[in-house]
Design a protein around this ligand. Structure first.
Ligand code: GLC
Ligand code: GLC
Length: 657
């Protein structure tokens, strides 16, 4: 760890510490003033204080504004605030010098992640590189692919063999021994940063594993930790809550609670070994702030806020997307602005689209998965009709300034059909029936299906079901469908050109197929999502360089699209104008770029069917007379009809008329 010596400071005009006046914090709540004064009195002579003090002045009001409605009624509110400010200070003080200078750079350029050069990748360290050192060895490959963002699935210590792919964390300060040491993670972050790749890690903060020391202490009756979780003596309260809760992993346990050995019940939204944290207890907020900042200080630039919808509970509600969940997130965001400002938040809310957007705000989560676009891409492949996707681009794509979508095709999770029934019905589509069709289509129980997916959490009681499967298997590669490669490139082509940060599920770049091997692994067998989490297959990985193979065709096609994107400022930012092609199978939109020089119009057209499709000349009449397709590298006369081959996508350069 770098020592905080004065030579590593990045304060603009150093004032002799002793002479610096101790700023007070003006706030109507005297408890806030006192908490501020306490930390200032103890640390204002530290050379690292002035930078911290400036950020505190800027964000403490927001932090308190979010926390007071949650905890302000408590007699220990001032003590809590004092501890929280000390947590922030301690973490800032421990922050490495190069991260502190990154903080300053990012603050000066808050829209840096809107660049057209941004391209993300996500993988499991063990499955893709063996361990953390193995991932480090892949950095040259990641660079050649064009990645600027790497999300490693949770590498932290967790129970074996059941740990939900790392989403049951036993310690946020240690990595799994099989992956290496926490210092390997710090070093990896540094190496990635040196190569222009931002490390992304999860903050699994809705729950810990049942092996976390807090859970163990709670079970043992430790007075401090018993309120860290939701533990109930009998079934009365669990039953009352369950009247309005949805079941997330019904295959593993019904409802949202699991029995403890002593017959008490603990809240477990996900698996029975994932205990939900009780954020009604301010001690939990502070303790987790400390864990969050420790992750930040590893050099993490985007923190994926896991399962944000579930973090606050209230009897009689679904306990999802409650206003308090947003207050907690904004409070954590303020904590990050104060003590680790280079780190931004990514929201993981796989919920109704009206709720997804509520998490996206510069003061809450700056970036977010775009689960609607993801699901509708697959929907469009199944129906060959762009109606729902085109409508979503028109009505649900726009985001506030300084925020961005993360557009993806597949993730480590299932595909849930989270479109809004209200949107669907406007197109004459009945939500429940349509989801049933999609599930049947993707598990290959529908005539004409090319997909080889498997059901996830099929719940006959509710008719609910989601889909597992790799992108390639869902696109038809497994059954040798002649259009499979084109379908993959089409989906990734949309993710790469529709704004925000495109994210590649690593393995997709060479068309990884479903892997049934998980059924042999006791830690994985009960969870079909492992079907699309195969270890990197060395043979297929090598095939990516052979254009005669499917892997090679996917790799060449995807690499071409990535390189094009990274040369097109028009693809920066998120601004998009829908373009109605007047052909039900052809998606269309215009990209303009945003506040970047060299931007201009790119018209994207994408044929989602296995038949040739025509876009009529009259539809193109607002366009220049001719334009080059950047993908195919050929010219098109836009005064006549434009014909698209099956699954063809064009990026028409209309910048120069
Ligand atoms: C998120 C993760 C998922 C995990 C769940 C519980 O949804 O993406 O993989 O099972 O949270 O942590
Ligand atoms: C997420 C979602 C759920 C998803 C699960 C993980 O938080 O809400 O739909 O399937 O966790 O797979």
């Amino acid at each position: 760890m770098a020592k905080n010596t004065s030579s590593t400071l990045n304060v603009a005009a150093p004032v002799p510490a002793a002479a610096a006046p101790v700023a007070t914090f003006d706030h109507p709540d005297v408890r806030v003033q006192r908490a501020h004064a306490a930390v200032a009195a103890a640390h204002a002579r530290d050379p690292l204080w002035p930078d911290f003090a400036r950020r505190l002045q800027q964000h403490l009001g927001t932090l308190v504004g979010e926390l007071a409605p949650l905890y302000g009624h408590r007699p220990d509110f001032e003590a809590f605030l004092s501890r929280l400010l000390l947590t922030c200070w301690t973490s800032w003080h421990a922050r490495a010098a190069d991260l502190r200078s990154l903080d300053a750079r990012r603050e000066a350029e808050p829209d840096w992640f809107q660049s057209h050069r941004m391209v993300g990748g996500v993988c499991y360290a063990d499955l893709y590189g063996g361990n953390l050192r193995g991932i480090e060895a892949q950095i040259p490959y990641f660079k050649s692919l064009g990645l600027t963002y790497l999300h490693l699935m949770p590498p932290f210590l967790c129970p074996e063999p059941h740990n939900d792919g790392g989403y049951a964390v036993s310690s946020y300060r240690d990595v799994k021994p099989s992956l290496g040491h926490i210092d390997d993670l710090r070093r990896l972050a540094q190496k990635l940063r040196d190569e222009g790749i931002s490390l992304v890690l999860d903050f699994v903060f809705n729950h810990t594993s049942d092996e976390h020391e807090w859970a163990r202490a709670a079970l043992a009756g430790d007075p401090r930790h018993k309120d860290f979780f939701y533990i109930f003596e009998g079934r009365e309260q669990p039953d009352a809550y369950e009247r309005t809760l949805r079941e997330i992993f019904p295959d593993e346990h019904p409802g949202a609670f699991s029995p403890l050995p002593d017959n008490r019940w603990v809240w477990t939204t996900f698996h029975s070994y994932q205990w939900d944290l009780n954020y009604a207890n301010p001690d939990v907020f502070d303790a987790m702030a400390g864990e969050m900042l420790a992750i930040a200080n590893l050099g993490v630039e985007f923190l994926r806020m896991d399962a944000v919808a579930f973090i606050w509970k209230r009897l009689g509600t679904s306990c999802e997307n409650l206003p308090e969940a947003h207050q907690l997130l904004r409070a954590y965001n303020a904590v990050a602005r104060i003590a680790a400002p280079a780190m931004l938040f990514k929201s993981e809310a796989i919920v109704h689209p009206d709720d997804v957007v509520k998490y996206i705000d510069p003061a809450e989560c700056q970036i977010s998965y775009n689960p609607l676009q993801m699901a509708l891409l697959w929907n469009t492949l199944a129906t060959r009709e762009v109606n729902m996707l085109q409508k979503a681009l028109a009505e649900r794509h726009h985001l506030p300034a300084h925020t961005a979508w993360v557009n993806y095709v597949r993730s480590h999770d299932d595909i849930g059909w989270t479109f809004a029934d209200e949107d669907a019905i406007q197109l004459g589509i009945h939500g429940f029936d349509h989801r049933t069709f999609l599930n049947r289509f993707y598990v290959n129980r529908y005539p004409g299906s090319f997909a080889r997916g498997v059901p996830f959490q099929d719940n006959p009681a509710t008719g609910d079901c989601r889909i597992s499967g790799t992108a390639a298997s869902l696109c038809g590669l497994e059954q040798g469908d002649p259009h499979a490669v084109a379908r993959m490139l089409l989906l990734y082509g949309v993710a790469l050109s529709s704004g925000g940060i495109p994210l590649i599920y690593l393995g997709d770049e060479f068309g990884a197929l479903n892997d049934m091997g998980y059924l042999q692994d006791p830690g994985k067998a009960g969870d079909s999502r492992w079907v699309h989490r195969p270890a990197r297959d060395p043979v297929r990985f090598e095939q990516r360089l052979d254009p005669a193979t499917d892997a090679g065709r996917i790799f060449a096609g995807l690499s071409h699209l990535i390189r094009l994107r990274q040369h097109l400022p028009s693809f920066g930012g998120g601004r998009l104008t829908p373009f109605w092609s007047d052909n039900p199978a052809v998606l269309g939109y215009l990209r303009h770029g945003e506040g970047q020089t060299g931007g201009g119009n790119i018209l994207v057209l994408a044929n989602f069917s296995e038949k040739e499709q025509v876009v009529a000349a009259r539809v193109l009449s607002g366009m220049p007379g001719a334009a080059a397709d950047l993908i195919g590298q050929n010219g098109h006369d836009l005064r006549s009809d434009l014909t698209l081959a099956p699954y063809q996508m064009v990026w028409l350069d209309c910048r120069r008329g």
